[in-house]
Write a protein that binds this ligand. Structure first.
Ligand code: PLP
Length: 418
């Protein structure tokens, strides 16, 4: 079958396709796969219990369920949910938002597709603009979203060494070129894949520089504030008309309902509504129906802070401990875990490529993601990215423990030339 030029955008070499294929085949295969690769959130019993109860309530109350499945919402998204979100952001975050500043999408992946193509690409008068990632490694899912080629550009971080085999990436402002060719800046906070949380000071400086050049700054808060708050360090949530904050119900425990939330200026929100109408008619209604009460009451903040955050914090600590044991004596560094659901492992001077390490681990039934995929927009060679892998610790403790032992074993073999 012959496909159009458009189809070239969906080549099988894309990192996100490899990740989603691995995830899909491991979840459906009979073989025991130790899945430390995908970005699937954990099934946290308390969270699942809450949503089961909420669903039962909907089923037991006449019309609630029927309304959630039986009606299209407006292209901007479910109005009651948007109003509840606006209330939560005003009351608990101090953000000066109105419902007109919020739109829903079918997951934040589609929010980024909309935003990147709205804010970068070709402009009237022939100008070309790009999305700048001020600090890679960054989220693999950004890589192939541009409808026009060459839409992304990125800067490398400064590496700060910490005690006990830890390190932290820092924004390197000397590397940032905020010229007119930048249509928007984007960063995830906490960062997928590294578990970094850009500090308040770093973010304030970036906001100032972006504002002085009138460049919108997109903050991807898929794991962050105000929910699901998978943060193990102090951080402030920011919003103003210059910022575009993207959130999602996925990492709260609802990836299946595909609900993204964009908080932005009215001009941006109105464009998202129009794109929703053309591409999806409207975003899904089930996510809003399941989460409405949580948002209205503010309980979503307690669920995040008291259940979800400690759950992942605990797992991060256990996994870190396992990694230190498995890698003892080797030249390794781990990004200090400040949030999200991953650990980012750097084997300095790894004698094989991280792709080869990924293949060897896959042979042994362990799935991770090789780190070089996480540099969307980076043009220059950076050996560091071929020495890193991302390990997800959302799976049950025993799965993670066994996976890490095999990772340690394979790295040890590679480092001793076997
Ligand atoms: N942003 C980041 C940093 C992510 O890790 C993910 C998913 O893993 C997404 C956005 C997309 O999430 P969703 O489309 O499920 O809302």
């Amino acid at each position: 079958m012959k496909f159009s030029r458009f189809a070239e955008k969906f080549q099988p070499s894309s990192g996100i396709l490899q990740l989603m294929d691995d995830l899909g085949s491991s979840l459906s295969s009979d073989q025991d796969v130790l899945m430390l690769g995908g970005g699937n959130p954990a099934h946290i019993p308390e969270v699942q219990h809450y949503f089961r109860q909420r669903m039962t309530h909907m089923l037991d109350h006449e019309h609630e369920f029927e309304q959630a499945i039986g009606d299209y919402d407006s292209p901007q998204g479910n109005q009651a949910f948007i109003e509840a979100l606006a209330g939560l952001f005003q009351d608990h975050c101090g953000w000066p938002v109105k419902p007109e500043n919020i739109a829903l999408t079918t997951g934040s992946q589609s929010s980024f597709f909309f935003l990147f193509n709205l804010l970068a690409g070709s402009f009237e008068g022939g100008d070309k603009k790009k999305i700048l990632f001020p600090m890679v490694p960054e989220y693999i899912g950004y890589a192939d979203l541009g409808l026009e080629s060459d839409l992304l550009v990125a800067a490398r971080p400064r590496i700060e060494y910490l005690d006990n085999h830890l390190f932290k990436y820092r924004l390197d402002f000397s590397q940032l070129d905020l010229s007119e060719a930048v249509g928007a800046i984007c960063l995830s906070r906490p960062t997928n894949p590294t578990a970094n949380v850009v500090t308040d000071d770093e973010l304030r400086s970036l906001m100032q520089q972006a504002e002085s050049k009138q460049i919108p700054l997109i903050i991807d808060s898929a794991y962050g504030l105000p929910f699901p708050n998978i943060l193990f360090t102090d951080a402030t949530s920011f919003w103003n008309e210059q910022l575009i904050v993207c959130m999602s119900l996925s990492k709260l425990g609802l990836p299946g309902v595909r609900t993204g939330i964009v908080v932005a200026s009215e001009a941006v929100i109105s464009m998202i509504g129009r794109m929703n109408a053309i591409l999806n008619l409207s975003p899904g209604s089930m996510g809003p129906a399941l989460a409405l009460d949580l948002v209205r009451t503010g309980d979503i903040l307690c669920l995040s802070k008291e259940i979800i955050q400690p759950f992942y914090r605990n797992k991060a600590e256990q996994t870190l401990h396992c990694l230190h044991e498995a890698l003892a004596g080797l030249d390794y560094h781990i990004h200090t875990p400040e949030g999200a659901i991953f650990l980012w492992l750097w084997i300095r001077g790894l004698p094989i490529s991280n792709q080869e390490l990924y293949e060897r681990l896959k042979q042994r039934g362990v799935l991770v993601i090789p780190g070089h995929h996480f540099s969307p927009g980076l043009q220059e060679h950076w050996q560091h990215r071929y020495e890193c892998i991302r390990i997800t610790y959302a799976q049950p403790e025993e799965t993670v423990r066994q996976g890490i032992a095999i990772i340690g074993d394979e790295i040890r073999k590679a480092c001793s030339g076997r």
